[in-house]
Ligand binder design. Structure first.
Ligand code: DQA
Length: 146
């Protein structure tokens, strides 16, 4: 039997506040509720997922570095680090794992400083603006790449 595909789903800073954080922009689902929906889809697609969140750039970089040994693809919502983190970008290109960048909101419709992503340049592609669906579409894209 073929080995089950493993996908790492990473969430950056302040996403632990989903549910109460600017619900007009990010909706009312908590991160735990989003995780539940991602797990339901993962089961349907017969893949294993590891779903994590950190407010620390260093911890996210370490998780990306470690992913090379365990995961076939990554889905990342880097949150504000999207727009600032050369370290995350370098980690993704160093490990070379297919990475799908996702955002709940459409960053291109928002403030100018959100339009540039350091991650997009090393990602397979970007999905933005679909709320929780961004996670589900991201998972489907990751499964097709690993
Ligand atoms: C976000 C968009 C980012 O600009 C912002 O800093 C976030 C969340 C999103 O999912 O829409 O924290 O990544």
């Amino acid at each position: 039997m073929a080995k089950k595909k493993k996908i790492l789903v990473l969430n950056g800073p302040n996403l632990n506040l989903l549910g109460t954080r600017q619900p007009d922009i990010y909706g009312r689902l908590t991160l735990a509720q989003i995780e539940k929906q991602v797990r339901v889809l993962a089961k349907e697609l017969a893949v294993d997922i590891d779903f994590r969140q950190s407010n620390s750039e260093g911890e996210l970089v370490t998780w990306i570095q470690q992913a090379a040994k365990q995961f076939g693809a990554m889905v990342i919502n880097p949150a504000a680090y999207t727009h600032t983190s050369l370290a995350m970008r370098d980690a993704i290109s160093a490990v070379g794992i297919p990475t799908i960048e996702i955002h709940i909101s459409n960053i291109h419709k928002r403030e100018q400083f959100r339009h540039h992503s350091f991650i997009a340049e090393v990602a397979v592609g970007q999905i933005a603006g679909f709320g929780v669906e961004s996670y589900l579409l991201g998972l489907r894209a990751a499964v097709s790449r690993c």
